[in-house]
Design a protein around this ligand. Structure first.
Ligand code: UDP
Length: 255
């Protein structure tokens, strides 16, 4: 790890220079933060689980035609990804009211939304990631109108697909955050691809039967059982790293 050039260190991940031009190594840490860095801690084994969970979800999304930055897993905590230019917009898809939308509109947590809602936040820690509209994104040039159209349509597809996938393993996909990037090919053509990660760090997942929280809210709210919740999500997806199976057996359907 030490010889490689570190490109960027975030709250939960480190990006290193990859083995070939145009690639990066994404290293998943156990560090966790919440409330815009006010709360800090570690979740033992989180990096290993998120590496696997994100790999699994990115591969399934790729199979339905969503382009992603994911190339392949390298080891327990690292994956090889394509280098992209990150669009500084966090896209949040919501199906059930939780977190900031409850405060903003005085809605009770757990209220199903009349339809899925896509929101945009400006990715800027100093400003606390403010809520923005498509107008801000295009006016300030963070993404062009065709790019934001594509991001919106991909986000809705991802939400539909992942909602079904999680429902199949007894989890409600309450809300989640996505990040997208620009991928330049050899001819300098640009493509929008899904980047970053999809894991219980950036999703709210509730058990269908008990409504138990199986995500980072356990850390945010000191509910305990944080490691166990991440493990349970991986177990239900059929990708617990302990088994080190070559052939991932895939999700276990819950009736
Ligand atoms: N989220 C995230 N990173 C952020 C902000 C939000 O991954 O910087 C995720 C969060 O885990 C949740 C969804 O986006 O699944 C919606 O978050 P919300 O706006 O409710 O904010 P929060 O309550 O997490 O502060």
């Amino acid at each position: 790890m030490s010889q490689r050039r570190k490109i960027y260190e975030g709250k939960a991940k480190v990006l290193f220079e990859g083995p070939e031009p145009g690639t990066l190594v994404q290293y998943f840490k156990d560090d966790a933060t919440a409330f815009n860095n006010e709360k800090k801690g570690t979740i033992a084994g989180k990096g290993v689980l998120n590496n696997r969970i994100s790999e699994y979800l990115m591969l399934r999304l790729n199979e339905i035609g969503i382009p992603t930055h994911f190339m392949r897993r390298l080891n327990m905590r690292e994956q090889l990804v394509r280098e992209v230019e990150i669009i500084p917009v966090e896209v949040v898809a919501r199906n059930i009211a939780a977190g900031s939308i409850c405060k903003r509109f005085n809605i009770e947590e757990g209220t199903p939304l009349p339809r899925s809602i896509i929101e945009y936040y400006f990715k800027n820690d100093e400003l606390g990631d403010p809520l923005i509209s498509e107008e801000h994104i295009t006016a300030f040039g963070w993404a062009s109108p065709p790019e934001i159209d594509e991001i919106l349509s991909m986000s809705l597809r991802i939400n539909d697909f992942l909602s079904g996938l999680f429902l199949g393993i007894g989890l409600k996909l309450v809300d989640f955050k996505l990040e997208f990037g620009r991928l330049y090919d050899e001819n300098d053509q640009v493509r929008i691809v899904l980047a970053d990660e999809i894991s219980p760090d950036g999703c709210r997942l509730w058990d269908v039967k008990t409504n138990e929280k199986m995500d980072k809210d356990r850390f945010r709210r000191d509910l305990g059982g944080v490691e166990e919740a991440y493990q349970e999500v991986a177990r239900r997806l059929g990708i617990l790293p302990e088994s080190e199976q070559q052939d991932i057996k895939g999700p276990e359907t819950i009736q």
